[in-house]
Design a protein. Structure first.
Length: 253
């Protein structure tokens, strides 16, 4: 199988990414997704990630990817985490990705987002490890304790990649407009500031139940949680604030 390929602005000597803008990260996610799914397919299949993404070529740096979705993943303190991407120079051309399958298998949406997040580390962080061969590197998910207020910018980058990989802005724009037409949502006089030419919708101007149903349907379509979908809608400036809440629990049954 051909390796997964990606390219972006980077430092030639270390292969580290330069300071990429959010649209640049989304463009990388778009290119990667194009190798993993049909152009108009919404729910990205990640259940065969071990076979489909076993090798990568990023900016000309090639390496193998060893996925493990079968075992529990713990941090150095012995606490369970969702996933980790690691490098050991004893295997200089291989990056290891461990996903906490035993804990996440029953939470399909969380499993998918964790795989996508760790793939972000593979794409953006692994090339520099393979190039400079440090003694060892690892990114744990989550990377910091809740409420610590500290986020590694590399984690933020992996999150942006994850969001655009699972819910691409161009596809979501089309689906939001379809739901808006069906529910007769009134567009904002100010279009999206992120997606050129896309209508935006002020949540406070829409029927709360209809909006909740639309968010729920979009989340189901893409195979993500409602909270994940709300973040993407806001991130792309397609739906704005306040009434962008979860659908009622009865509708989730």
């Amino acid at each position: 199988m051909s390796p997964l390929t990606a390219s972006y602005r980077h430092t030639a000597f270390t292969a580290e990414p330069e300071q990429l803008s959010t649209p640049e990260i989304w463009a990388v996610a778009h290119a990667v997704r194009g190798q993993m799914a049909a152009p108009l397919h919404r729910r990205l299949a990640l259940d065969d990630i071990e076979a489909s993404v076993a090798r990568a070529d990023v900016n000309g740096v090639t390496f193998d990817i060893d996925w493990d979705l079968e075992h529990e993943v713990l941090n150095p303190a012995g606490q369970a985490v969702m996933g980790v991407t690691e490098y050991d120079r004893a295997s200089p051309e291989c990056v290891m990705v461990s996903i906490n399958g035993p804990a996440l298998t029953v939470h399909e949406n969380l499993l998918r987002s964790t795989i996508a997040h760790e793939l972000g580390h593979v794409v953006f962080d692994a090339p520099s490890w393979v190039t400079t061969t440090p003694a060892g590197c690892a990114f744990l998910s989550p990377d910091t304790p809740p409420g610590s207020g500290r986020r590694d910018p590399r984690e933020l980058r992996a999150n942006e990649f994850m969001g655009a990989l699972l819910v691409p802005p161009a596809l979501l724009r089309v689906d939001v407009q379809r739901h808006a037409k069906k529910a007769r949502f009134a567009p904002s006089p100010h279009p999206s500031r992120i997606i050129r030419g896309a209508p935006a919708y002020d949540a406070c101007a829409q029927d709360a139940d209809a909006l909740g149903e639309a968010v729920f349907a979009l989340a189901e379509l893409y195979g993500v949680s409602e909270s994940f979908m709300r973040v993407r809608l806001a991130r792309y400036d397609l739906v704005r604030a306040r009434r962008l809440h979860a659908h009622s629990s009865s509708s989730n049954a």
